[in-house]
Design a protein. Structure first.
Length: 403
């Protein structure tokens, strides 16, 4: 029997929560660390907020990613029509290992390190375009274009099509907790699928030296990606591959600008850059909640009974500010040292793109701070809006004064 005695409703998914989720997260950690709540789309989910419980859920294979195992054959076939259903993010072993293995070779630390020079060029070009202006939106003018250019170049997406990817990806992320956007999502998904079909067809006929051609040709133990799996992998790379890094760069710069003493410390001690990025990932992580998991059997956690088939979400940004795991968790301190944060997840679903995100953040922050040492917010921090949607945590815009 599920114990719902602690089921006082936390104020989740409101505008106030969106602006600052941490008071609600701390309240849940103290009073209801494994909390069953009504989601915006009308179904119930368990929210896990403490660090140790988060690690347990992220690593425990009883919490699965492929919810279609709970469906009848017809519904399962229908669910698999979605281009997003066939990628490693929503797969369990053995499919997960195969799908991840096919993509992994493009994301080894060595491969990513070889991209550093090109990422630096892109960062400098974007900064050159900002020179001479007194004020810019750091997201529109820098944090968004940099990772989308990088991932599109890696995949082989033509530069003139990048803006389409931004629109498609934004719709998807923001619709994660807004059922009213479902119709728009449907339309954008059709456009996206049609684009991918056309694009892959041309690459099959005329392979290039890019990741999409390699994925089409890739064989893992004599296995290839099916057409549906190719869509899933590519859409995951485009959306996860840039959305998270946009937030990492912009949330990181926001943290520095709202903690000027930390910014000065970093400018005086550039060797603190890597630990500073780890602290940014912990303090205001780009992914607020992990992607969906489902209990494959009845599981006891913190005195709660999670029944088979029930939905479980790990609040990564809550776990990263758990006072049991981090000293003074609400303090932004770039000298904190080695961090065990969960911003990239844990276990077999640990983010494949972590090495790329780290290099992009390093290059970006270093370039911005060198070229614009007096960078500061051009509005009060309280005027900034955080984007709706429960999956990602990022600002809608970040207006800054360059000098």
């Amino acid at each position: 029997m599920t114990n719902h005695s602690n089921h006082q409703e936390a104020d989740l998914f409101t505008h106030a929560f969106n602006q600052n989720p941490y008071p609600a997260f701390h309240s849940l950690q103290q009073n209801s660390p494994v909390h069953r709540t009504l989601m915006p789309d009308g179904h119930y989910a368990w929210i896990v907020t403490r660090y140790e419980d988060a690690v347990t859920v992220l690593k425990d294979q009883r919490f699965i990613k492929d919810f279609t195992v709970f469906l009848d054959e017809e519904s399962r076939a229908q669910a698999h029509q979605s281009i997003f259903s066939r990628n490693m993010l929503f797969a369990d072993p053995p499919d997960h290992k195969r799908l991840r293995g096919l993509v992994q070779q493009a994301f080894t630390p060595r491969t990513i390190e070889e991209l550093r020079g090109r990422i630096t060029e892109i960062a400098n070009e974007l900064i050159d375009d900002m020179e001479g202006r007194s004020q810019v939106d750091l997201i529109d003018d820098f944090a968004f274009p940099l990772p989308i250019i990088v991932i599109c170049e890696m995949l082989g997406v033509p530069s003139e099509d990048r803006d389409k990817f931004r629109i498609w990806s934004n719709t998807l992320v923001e619709a994660s907790n807004d059922p009213e956007k479902a119709e728009k999502v449907q339309q954008h998904m059709q456009e996206f699928t049609a684009y991918l079909q056309e694009w892959m067809k041309s690459r099959q006929e005329n392979p290039q030296d890019d990741m999409i051609s390699k994925l089409i040709q890739a064989e893992e133990a004599g296995d290839r990606l099916s057409e549906q799996e190719l869509y899933g992998v590519v859409s995951l790379l485009i959306i996860a591959g840039h959305e998270t890094t946009v937030n990492l760069i912009s949330n990181g710069m926001y943290a520095l600008m709202t903690h000027p003493e930390q910014m000065h410390k970093l400018q005086e001690q550039p060797d603190l850059l890597r630990p500073a990025i780890e602290e940014m990932l912990r303090f205001e992580g780009p992914v607020e909640f992990s992607t969906d998991r489902w209990a494959s059997e009845t599981v006891e956690l913190q005195g709660q009974t999670i029944q088979r088939g029930e939905h479980v979400l790990v609040a990564l940004d809550a776990a990263n500010r758990d006072p049991e795991a981090f000293e003074d968790p609400d303090v932004f301190d770039i000298t904190r040292g080695r961090s065990k944060h969960l911003a990239f997840g844990k276990g077999m679903h640990f983010c494949l793109g972590a090495p790329l995100a780290r290099v992009e953040a390093e290059v970006s922050l270093q370039a911005l701070l060198e070229r614009f040492p007096d960078l500061q917010l051009s509005t009060d921090a309280s005027n900034l809006e955080w984007r709706p949607g429960i999956l990602m945590r990022g600002l809608t815009e970040l207006p800054v004064r360059l000098k």
